[in-house]
Design a protein around this ligand. Sequence first.
Ligand code: IPE
Ligand code: IPE
Ligand code: MG
Length: 262
Amino acid sequence: MVFSPDSIQMAVAPTEGASKAASLPRHVAIVMDGNGRWAQERFLPRTAGHRAGVGAVRKVVEHCAKRGVEALTLFAFSSENWRRPEQEVSVLMELFLSTLERETEKLHQNGVRLRVIGDRSAFAEALRERMDAAEALTRHNTGLQLSIAANYGGRWDIVQAAQALAAAVRQGELSPELVTPELLQQHLALADLPEPDLFIRTGGERRISNFLLWQLAYTELYFTPVLWPEFDESALELAFEDYAGRQRRFGYTGDQVAEQLP
Ligand code: IPE
Ligand code: IPE
Ligand code: MG
């Protein structure tokens, strides 16, 4: 490994040596946005867009697994999405439940490990049980590592890690000087996965909307106007192509990085 002094070990952890982006991202994180507008363009209720979005999820999961992407993290419901009309939130909850019921077994057969990240205490018991069951069933699978972010917020994630460290300090198990970025990172969601190499947001907005704030520190960002229900294998391939052309520098100069290319 040529390019990863300890100071940036965490940032470059995803790849062996920071240099030109490996042609395929190991970990892809997606903000699946634009369902409501897709429906409105068709004079349909916003919830029809969410239903149509499930098809795009299936395509993207299957395509990532086929291409050998190691980890895929999908933003399904943010900690701020509770602000939406009650009826929309309730359709989204129904869709999570029915999709988990319908798809878990197939994911398992395909070696996918499924987990849900976020504060699930706010979900109904039936949904929490489904999430637990899907995680338990697939926990030893070594294929695609699929994480669904539901009632997730990047700030919440950092706060719950900080709380874990504070509790350890209070118990006398940790002293405050030993709190480092590496230690805090170990308490975040997805701590066991390489950090995302590629962030994709569909629907045209160019913002993070409180997705993986910490984990995206050195992620390549890609924005597309394609609305989520229309995002498919070829749209994903365009994002991969764009990513493959990027030079990831992690603070080095472009020349330093170029010199280290094989
Ligand atoms: C993303 O699509 C899905 C969720 C946030 C649950 P939106 O529902 O935000 O779609 P737009 O942005 O209103 O078009
Ligand atoms: C982000 O989309 C959350 C998800 C896709 C789940 P939003 O539609 O909620 O984001 P904002 O409100 O436009 O920033
Ligand atoms: Mg939106």
